[in-house]
Ligand binder design. Structure first.
Ligand SMILES: C[S@@+](CC[C@H](N)C(=O)[O-])C[C@H]1O[C@@H](n2cnc3c(N)ncnc32)[C@H](O)[C@@H]1O
Length: 246
């Protein structure tokens, strides 16, 4: 796992970057050329016609996978979208739910949550919370599914973040997490330490590190599926379940 230097600086840098994204409506705000917005969502398998949201909202989508495509949601579930950004996955999840089912979209970047609120008015089931994934402002065992799309990678204290996910999950609850993982020798493809964290490079775990972390957090079973490769990085989806007896 990468050495973590000054985690608070990393978080502050990430927050600044995503606030800039919220202001400029484009993820191409760095030297890194990446697919973004609705085009990215379609490439990842999203049916973008399902959400009646403007282009501005799509342009703020910054996921790296389609974690909801990996699991069938039950209508009554409470879903936590961790690092929800503009809330595309939160809103997609809400489409599959019926009251008392609900979605909580949580993010540390207020500027993105502002847009999530603004563009999700048609979903009364979505609730938006400002918070840090490493210190979830939620009681234990209240969530059926935690989903995260491109945010886990950005958390410097991954053990703490996973412990928090495990704590808030109900017994038998699921985690579906889309992330970038390290599959090869990491070259300096992005300049600067904080920049490398922000672009999911420095915080990427290897599959072995993932296994070790998930196993030690106490999940009953898990599966890490590697998807698209991007040089030394690969998109992957982790599906895990908490023991029903915990
Ligand atoms: C790559 S973006 C993905 C956003 C969203 N999931 C999507 O698919 O569009 C990563 C998001 O994670 C959030 N994030 C990063 N670290 C976080 C943390 N420790 N706690 C809460 N949110 C965090 C960022 O603010 C940003 O909105």
């Amino acid at each position: 796992m990468s050495t973590v230097r000054a985690p608070e600086n990393i978080k502050a840098h990430i927050q600044k970057l995503y606030a800039k994204l919220a202001a400029h409506s484009s993820v191409n705000i760095s030297s890194v050329p990446i697919l973004c917005g609705e085009e990215l969502a379609r490439a990842l398998g999203y049916d973008t016609s399902l959400l009646p949201i403007p282009q501005k909202a799509w342009s703020l989508f910054a996921g790296c996978g389609n974690p909801l495509g990996e699991i069938k949601l039950e209508q009554h579930w409470t879903v936590l979208d961790l690092g929800c950004g503009v809330g595309i996955d939160s809103q997609m999840a809400a489409l599959a739910l019926q009251p008392p089912g609900k979605v909580m979209g949580l993010d540390m970047t207020r500027e993105l949550l502002h847009h999530a609120k603004k563009y999700s008015g048609f979903h009364s089931m979505c609730h938006w919370v400002t918070g840090d994934g490493e210190y979830l402002p939620l009681r234990s065992e209240c969530i059926d599914l935690v989903t995260a799309n491109g945010s886990f990678n950005l958390m410097p204290h991954k053990e703490k973040a996973l412990e928090e996910i495990h704590r808030v999950l109900k017994p038998g609850g699921y985690l579906s997490l889309a992330d970038l993982i390290a599959v090869g020798e990491m070259e300096p493809i992005v300049e600067g330490f904080e920049e490398a964290w922000s672009w999911c490079v420095a915080g990427a775990l290897t599959p072995g590190e993932y296994d070790g972390l998930i196993g030690s957090t106490g999940f009953m079973w898990w599966e890490l599926k590697e998807k698209e490769g991007y040089g030394p990085l690969a998109a992957a989806n982790l599906l895990a379940q908490k023991s029903p007896r915990d």
